[in-house]
Design a protein around this ligand. Structure first.
Ligand SMILES: N[C@@H](CCC(=O)N[C@@H](CS)C(=O)NCC(=O)O)C(=O)O
Length: 222
């Protein structure tokens, strides 16, 4: 039996939830509140920095951190109707490469903007935000070029799209990418995917916690 530890608003949790929804494997969702000592200790027992998400498979005695690792595990042991990692090993490397691109160039850069508002010293936010916007602009341009003429990043929908969906959702609120047509079209396709739709709707009750309420487009509030 799979137990997923995470929170509906957390981008890396959404990334794995999308994979779980894509495969259709049954799982128990244990919602984590990192403000609670017990939950923080629980996540610290799974991930050295105490970060969510986590995935436990009691049937196989496995407990994992790192969203991409969880997705590979789910795809390997509980595959759905279509695989999330290409079966060809070299194609699988490309999939990992692009999933990491979304993690490192979009998700983490977006997180810096959020962290600047929530946690950094007063006065740091404008500089951090301007720097992050520059990084996002470069990443958007690279993605737009790669996605031109492609439906999904690598042919079939997979782990890259699991990573792309929440990272583009949050980054696009903070730094819209309307000027990048292939990237914008790709994001519209991601929004239509039932797995991401479900993850987004799961997060709606918590979206009020996002510290940039004024920037959230109306269509994301329902
Ligand atoms: N590389 C990790 C990143 C996980 C991560 O950054 N999780 C965030 C939530 S989206 C978190 O737990 N932040 C709280 C903290 O860092 O204390 C993964 O892919 O799972």
């Amino acid at each position: 039996m799979l137990t997923f530890y995470g929170h509906p608003l957390s981008s890396y949790s959404q990334k794995v939830l999308i994979a779980l929804y894509e495969t259709g494997v049954p799982f128990t969702f244990r919602q984590i509140d990192l403000d609670k000592d017990d939950d923080r200790a629980l996540m610290a027992s799974i991930e050295p920095m105490g970060r969510m998400p986590g995935l436990q498979d009691s049937a196989r005695g496995v407990i994992l951190s790192q969203s991409s690792v969880m997705i590979e595990y789910i795809d390997r042991h509980y595959p759905g109707p279509h695989r999330l990692l290409p079966q060809d090993p070299d194609q699988a490397l490309l999939a990992r490469q692009w999933a990491r691109f979304f993690d490192f160039q979009i998700m983490q850069v977006m997180q810096q903007i959020v962290d600047a508002r929530l946690f950094m010293a007063e006065g740091a936010e404008p500089q951090v935000t301007a720097f992050a916007h520059g990084k996002l602009d470069l990443a958007y341009a690279a993605l737009d070029q790669h996605l031109t003429g492609r439906e999904w990043a690598l042919g079939d929908y997979g782990v890259v799209e699991c990573a792309a969906s929440p990272s583009l959702f949050y980054a696009g609120i903070l730094r819209p990418f309307d000027d990048y047509p292939a990237l914008s079209d790709y994001f519209e396709r991601l929004l239509e995917r039932p797995s991401f739709h479900r993850a987004r709707i799961d997060a709606l009750p918590y979206l009020g916690w996002f510290p940039f309420q004024d920037l959230i487009p109306a269509r994301f509030l329902t």
